[in-house]
Design a protein around this ligand. Structure first.
Ligand SMILES: Nc1ncnc2c1ncn2[C@@H]1O[C@H](COP(=O)(O)OP(=O)(O)OP(=O)(O)O)[C@@H](O)[C@H]1O
Length: 251
């Protein structure tokens, strides 16, 4: 089933000024339930703008953005905030955990905001503690654990609402390569469990874990690669080559 359907999405910043910026010119693609899609492109290509539109943080100026049957352009600001809480999970480059809360309370936070009963929180955290291997750190504080461990807690926080879609923005950008690999393997497992993931990244190594990579250039989809049966290494090489061609202005 199609989870996300973007049709001819455009996003113009400062449309009435002397210098309007067309951050997205014409973006059309679909994401099926259970897919794992990476989005790559040079700085300024429009990746964050695209992610913000899918995340209901911004609205498309033109075109259609439909997520799980909901037309995102129809959402008011309040509706969008609720929609985000109930349907989307977020993982960021810098983890964005609250230092004053224990790791457990950080994971509970989206359910606290949704006024879920404590029993639901306790029931939902259990499989996450096992799956994300955070049992030893769950009752510490974010300042007492490593970056990779903080990202595990952030992933648990993103998954505890059972989101339709997990959005990750450079999730390994602040981690060393070994820890990045651990987090990417975790994303693989989360996806293998059926979770749909869209990840924005500058890293070919990170993108190679996704089953499909979309390349954005100047606000348009420039190219698309499927991993198919390729090994991680070969796929990563293909992604790097495509990025190089894109950066050099090739067709
Ligand atoms: N609020 C804004 N007002 C005006 N222009 C903006 C705004 N946000 C982004 N832009 C412009 O829109 C274009 C796309 O920006 P965007 O942040 O989506 O790119 P990006 O691919 O995410 O870049 P990076 O990899 O550096 O984060 C750029 O030209 C940027 O300067």
């Amino acid at each position: 089933m199609t989870l996300l359907n973007l049709q001819h999405v455009q996003r113009v910043y400062n449309p009435n000024s002397a210098n309007p910026v067309m951050a997205l010119k014409d973006i059309t693609f679909k994401v099926e339930e259970g897919e794992y899609v990476a989005i790559m492109g040079e700085s300024g290509a429009g990746k964050s703008t695209l992610l913000n539109i899918i995340a209901t943080l911004e609205q498309a100026t033109n075109g259609q953005a439909i997520l799980n049957g909901q037309d995102l352009r129809q959402l008011s600001k309040d509706d969008a905030a609720r929609y985000r809480r109930e349907h989307l999970g977020f993982v960021f480059q810098h983890f964005n955990l609250l230092d004053s809360l224990s790791n457990r309370d950080n994971v509970y936070l989206p359910l606290v905001l949704a006024k879920a009963p404590v029993a639901t929180m306790e029931e939902r955290i259990k499989p996450l503690i096992d799956r994300l291997r955070i049992n030893k750190i769950i009752d510490r504080f974010p300042s007492e654990i490593s970056g990779g461990q903080q990202q595990r807690i952030a992933i648990a926080r993103a998954l505890i609402t059972h989101p339709d879609l997990l959005l990750a923005d450079e999730p390994t950008g602040a981690l060393d390569s070994n820890t990045s690999n651990e987090i990417l393997e975790l994303f693989d497992e989360v996806n293998a469990n059926g979770q749909t993931i869209i990840m924005v990244t500058h890293s070919a190594a990170a993108a190679s874990h996704a089953k499909r990579t979309l390349f954005i250039k100047d606000g348009r989809i420039y190219h698309e690669l499927y991993r198919g049966d390729l090994s991680l290494k070969d796929y990563q090489q293909q992604i790097s080559q495509t990025m190089m061609t894109l950066t050099n202005g090739g067709e």
